[in-house]
Design a binder for this molecule. Structure first.
Ligand code: DC
Length: 220
């Protein structure tokens, strides 16, 4: 069985790229950010103070996250409820970024993530997949892009949806999120020594996809 790890900062295009590659290689796609987001949704719904580690730890005992697949699309279940459609907001993303710094939050998800990789060929994306979750992955990719480019992509997405957006504000938020994810003590976002660095700032989706597929052909 093969495993591919794709890590990188928010907005680098990991999930779009990962989904396309998983389809092409007929791998199962695992989006680990969605799991942290499901936990974050629980914290928000239950008024948990994200600054109080004890409160967060106690809440972790009451959280059960599961992954299921419907027509090949990953679904995230929070205590049995499918919350896939509820976790893509900025509020949930920010809460996930803050609370994922706590050891207990990470430990709650680690076994689930590792178990998924034992069952099938998988492509898993996140922040610490190559460094912690799957240190023996067959291929590791560190996918990044400049904060300007990432902000512009996010801005274009929001405008296309008819929402209001402020490009500078989006870039500021991205910089804050990068800092939080890179500077936490446990499993921070960083390129694994053996990860292939892909900077997608000046690349199309198809260029990134074929670059990763080529890297996989080399190791398989
Ligand atoms: O990829 P995303 O934006 O859905 O992830 C949301 C947050 O979850 C991210 O800011 C940090 C955290 N996360 C993590 O700590 N480790 C992972 N493997 C995936 C996400």
């Amino acid at each position: 069985m093969y495993s591919i790890a794709i890590d990188g900062p928010a907005g680098a295009g990991k999930s779009t790229i990962a989904k396309t590659i998983a389809q092409r290689l007929e791998f199962i796609y695992v989006d680990t950010g969605a799991m942290y987001r499901a936990m974050a949704l629980y914290f928000i719904r239950n008024g948990i103070n994200e600054k109080d580690e004890k409160e967060v730890n106690a809440a972790c005992e009451k959280i059960h996250v599961e992954i299921a697949y419907e027509d090949g699309m990953q679904q995230v279940l929070l205590n049995g409820e499918n919350v896939t459609g509820l976790i893509r907001t900025e509020e949930v993303g920010n809460m996930a970024s803050k609370t994922s710094a706590y050891p207990k939050v990470r430990a709650t998800l680690l076994d689930l993530q590792r178990d998924l990789a034992k069952k099938a060929d998988i492509l898993m994306d996140g922040r610490d997949i190559g460094t912690h979750v799957l240190p023996n992955a067959d291929l590791k990719i560190y996918l990044t892009a400049s904060s300007k480019v990432r902000a512009k992509r996010r801005y274009d997405e929001l405008i296309a949806k008819g929402e209001e957006a402020d490009l500078d504000q989006i870039e500021q938020d991205i910089i804050i999120r990068d800092k939080q994810d890179m500077e936490r003590e446990i499993a921070p976002l960083k390129r694994a020594d053996d990860a292939v660095l892909v900077d997608s700032s000046d690349m199309t989706i198809e260029e990134v996809v074929s670059c990763v597929v080529k890297e996989f052909e080399k190791v398989k």
